[in-house]
Design a protein around this ligand. Structure first.
Ligand SMILES: [Zn+2]
Length: 385
């Protein structure tokens, strides 16, 4: 049994004694002791109870020490960016958000990331050496294995750019990069659905995409494009031209700009998704109806996904999620009608609770998942002897 296996027993944050760890793992107490010693040298495991000793005996409970290392989570959107520091439990310690146009290019945007992360560390009284990893979400397709954006439509200058390489010039730590909706799925799960192993997070905004967590793991697929639901064909989209060049995509009729365009065609003034949301909130019946129809279109694609992967939760995020019940009602209508009763019996369909913070929480969770992985823990403990 490896050191990481002992660490896994403590990852839930519950304190345990050495005897309990030996019993659960089936390892000899001497083996447990040496594994725990290695983890304590790394600072990852510490005596639990803050030194409240009774009768002069040292505290016998051990627990994960979430403040041993710090990670940075960075959520880069189309027009804004957020960077945060988190402890190993994923608790956000401090964060900073700025308006920032991703089209300014990688040198400019990643320069902002370097500066803000350095400032946040200094503000926490932490050195660069205490930073363990950086997680980054980008608003475009990302090849996860290399951390490079590939042909991102709204990110001029980023195609193929080595994001980890850039940030590692300033911070000598692992840099994990993923697309924005994948990190939102992780963030929602981490912050609000920790007991849910199978969920779909669908972002409905200027575009449409989904992050899929199945069996407790984010599913990226072979190249990292899994969950690209915006360009699935739906019947009602017919011959409508999509920005991807194809006809009949879901995004071409159900994303924010498409709903706004539909409203303009019936004489309602709306340009973007935010206008649609404002109209729904003001009770405009045409906007309510248009959003509900978009919900049904989304539901058509989601029903297929429900049949394929049987999630226990569908979470709707992105700007259009603020249209709330109107959108959810359309989605529920079709999903419940089109999926097997067994699949929908306990299926929850809700809007995101993490909201616009889902991305930064998820970026931190991505970094934490890496540094607390068995491979990383075993390498780190081997390095400290
Ligand atoms: Zn398309």
């Amino acid at each position: 049994m490896r050191t990481s296996d002992v660490f896994e027993l403590l990852r839930d944050g519950q304190p345990r004694t050495r005897a309990q760890l030996a019993e659960t793992s089936g390892l000899a107490r001497s083996t447990i002791a040496s594994r725990i010693d290695a983890l304590m040298r790394l600072g990852l495991v510490a005596p639990y109870g803050g030194g409240v000793s009774t009768g002069g005996r040292p505290p016998s409970l051990l627990a994960l020490n979430p403040l041993a290392w710090i990670v940075a989570g960075v959520d880069i959107g189309a027009t804004h960016a957020t960077a945060a520091l988190a402890d190993l439990a994923g608790t956000i310690l401090v964060e900073h958000r700025d308006d920032l146009d991703v089209a300014l290019g990688p040198e400019h945007v990643l320069g902002w990331v370097e500066g803000v992360v350095a400032d946040l560390l200094a503000g926490q009284g932490r050195s660069r050496h205490e930073l363990a990893a950086i997680g980054v979400g980008l608003p475009g397709p990302v090849e996860h294995s290399t951390g490079r954006a590939i042909n991102p439509p709204i990110m001029p200058g980023w195609d193929g750019y080595d994001v980890p390489g850039h940030l590692q010039r300033a911070f000598d730590v692992p840099v994990l990069v993923d697309n924005d909706v994948n990190i939102m799925a992780l963030g929602e799960q981490h912050a609000h659905l920790p007991d849910i192993d199978d969920l779909v997070f669908i972002k409905v905004s200027t575009g449409i995409g989904a992050g899929i967590v199945s069996g407790g793991r984010l599913q990226r697929g072979a190249q990292g494009t899994a969950g690209d639901l915006g360009h699935v064909a739906v019947a009602r989209a017919g011959e409508v031209l999509c920005r991807c060049g194809n006809h009949g995509c879901l995004e071409a009729i159900a994303a924010g700009p498409a709903i706004a365009r539909g409203l303009r065609e019936v004489g309602v003034e709306a340009v973007a998704g935010q206008d649609v949301v404002a109209l729904v909130r003001s009770g405009d019946p045409r906007a309510v109806q248009a959003v509900r129809q978009a919900g049904r279109d989304l539901g058509e694609v989601l029903a297929t996904l429900v049949n394929v992967i049987n999630p226990s939760a569908i979470v709707v995020g992105g700007a259009l999620a603020d249209a709330g019940e109107s959108l959810l009602a359309g989605i529920r209508e079709v999903v419940y009608q089109r999926s097997l009763p067994l699949a929908t019996q306990h299926l929850r369909i809700t809007t995101s609770q993490a909201g616009e913070r889902a991305g930064v929480i998820g970026a931190a969770a991505l970094a934490i998942g890496h540094v607390l992985s068995p491979e990383y823990i075993d390498n780190a403990t081997a390095a400290v002897g």
